[in-house]
Design a binder for this molecule. Structure first.
Ligand code: C2E
Ligand code: MG
Ligand code: MG
Length: 391
């Protein structure tokens, strides 16, 4: 069994240069000196004390020890097993892993040169380095895309398009969903499914979301008299909810554009409803300002009915997967029917997403679904294609 605590007297060696990496150590008390090399090329790397981590480098990259560690005074050390660190490194952001690996490699070769040594530094295994470069390349591609997205945001490279939402019974376009598009200089149009995920990993989603709110409000303001406005639904992701007061931001954008905040609807996906308290608070704040809230992509994720009864969504958007199969699969049709009834009983409106055929629209009409969205009704188009008023 691994020791939970190691006590060493002054002068005792913790590990020697060249040793294989067994574990790292957390210094509880005492001081440890790190020395690399011997004779004229010896380099004193420094002293570590209580609270410092010792010998983690070799453990991280599995190369041999680059220095000898010796207790300067009586010491108490807590061993830290390799997988304790490895698990955390594996779970870290790939960009952070790439940075760590780069720093370690640079440290090892700098130390090697400082000691006047020739040839490859420990850890310079060409095959391992090549594999790491491939992994780091993926992480750096992401950074590149992030930088380009930031530039697009500043230079007007993000366009917001509006997909019409049909009120089935009346045949009028009741509203639109704002969907962001990125015209990439080399790659053409990048799907939001890809770049929203990257934006969500950083706080970039906040200004991207803000841009969408402002564009949606400006598009509505350009339509004319406020009493006749269709609604525009904007998508909001987890990080936006955590980092900004989305309701206040949306209401503020609307007021500045001179449109009623009630013309904006907030869409959040099912996975976000896991934090019931936060979403309940969001809905309450939105309702206080007359803003409606929709549950997006219902049926794909958790579909927790407990959440549905506690959260007063105004609209439930049924994921397009159901609509796609409802005419071919009787069991799927039965699910759509049951969800339509349930949503109506909860006093919410239903939007069926991904309606592509007249047959699907008729089936939804027969079930009493209120709204339909999909290519049959229209694709996402520039703001200039929006209808000025509800008809
Ligand atoms: P979503 O909110 O569920 O949006 C509906 C997606 O379905 C859109 O994809 C739309 O173009 C697509 N769609 C609509 N009708 C049809 C149809 O009849 N058939 C098929 N096959 N697809 C249809 P899009 O624009 O690629 O957006 C993907 C997702 O990216 C959105 O899913 C939304 O979750 C996210 N997204 C888009 N814009 C924003 C944004 O401004 N902010 C945030 N946070 N997320 C956004
Ligand atoms: Mg949506
Ligand atoms: Mg959706």
């Amino acid at each position: 069994m691994a020791e939970a605590r190691i006590e060493l007297g002054a002068g005792a060696v913790v590990f020697r240069e060249g040793d294989p990496p067994t574990s790292a150590f957390l210094i509880e008390s005492g001081e440890v000196e790190l020395v690399s090399g011997s004779g004229p090329t010896q380099v004193r790397l420094g002293r570590l004390g209580p609270g410092d981590l010792l010998g983690e480098m070799a453990v991280i990259d599995a190369a041999s020890r680059t220095a000898t560690a010796r207790a300067v005074s009586p010491c108490v050390l807590i061993p830290v097993a390799r997988d304790q660190l490895q698990e955390r490194i594996d779970g870290a952001d790939p960009v952070v892993r790439a940075l760590l690996r780069g720093q370690l490699q640079r440290y090892r070769s700098a130390l090697h040169r400082l000691r006047g040594l020739e040839g490859p530094a420990p850890g310079d295994d060409p095959a391992a380095l090549a594999a790491a470069r491939v992994e780091d390349g993926g992480a750096l591609d992401k950074i590149r895309l992030e930088t380009q997205l930031r530039a697009a945001l500043e230079n007007g490279g993000l366009e917001v398009r509006y997909q019409p939402i049909l009120e089935i019974a009346s045949g009028r376009i009741a509203g639109y969903e704002a969907l962001v598009r990125w015209e990439h200089p080399e790659r053409g149009v990048v799907s939001p499914a890809e770049f929203i995920r990257i934006a969500e990993e950083t706080s970039l989603i906040v200004p991207v979301g803000h841009h969408v709110f402002e564009a949606a409000c400006a598009a509505l303001a350009a339509l004319g008299p406020a009493s006749d406005l269709p609604f525009v639904a904007v998508n909001v992701s987890a990080r936006q909810l955590a980092e900004v007061d989305v309701v206040a931001t949306v209401a503020d954008c609307a007021t500045r554009a001179g449109i009623p905040p009630s013309a904006i609807k907030i869409e959040i996906t099912e996975s976000l409803t896991l934090d019931v308290e936060a979403v309940a608070a969001l809905i309450a704040r939105a309702h206080a300002r007359g803003i409606k809230v929709a549950l997006d992509d219902f049926g794909t994720g958790f579909s927790n009915l407990g959440h549905l009864h506690r959260l007063r969504f105004d609209t439930v958007k049924l994921d397009q997967g159901f609509v796609r199969q409802m005419l071919e699969a009787p069991r799927c049709h039965a699910i759509v029917q049951a969800i339509t009834t349930m949503v109506a009983a909860l006093d919410a409106d239903m939007v069926a997403e991904g309606v592509e055929t007249a047959g699907q629209l008729e089936a939804l009409r027969a079930l009493g679904c209120r709204y339909a969205q999909g290519w049959l009704i229209g694709k996402a188009e520039p703001a200039s294609a929006m209808l000025p008023a509800r008809r």
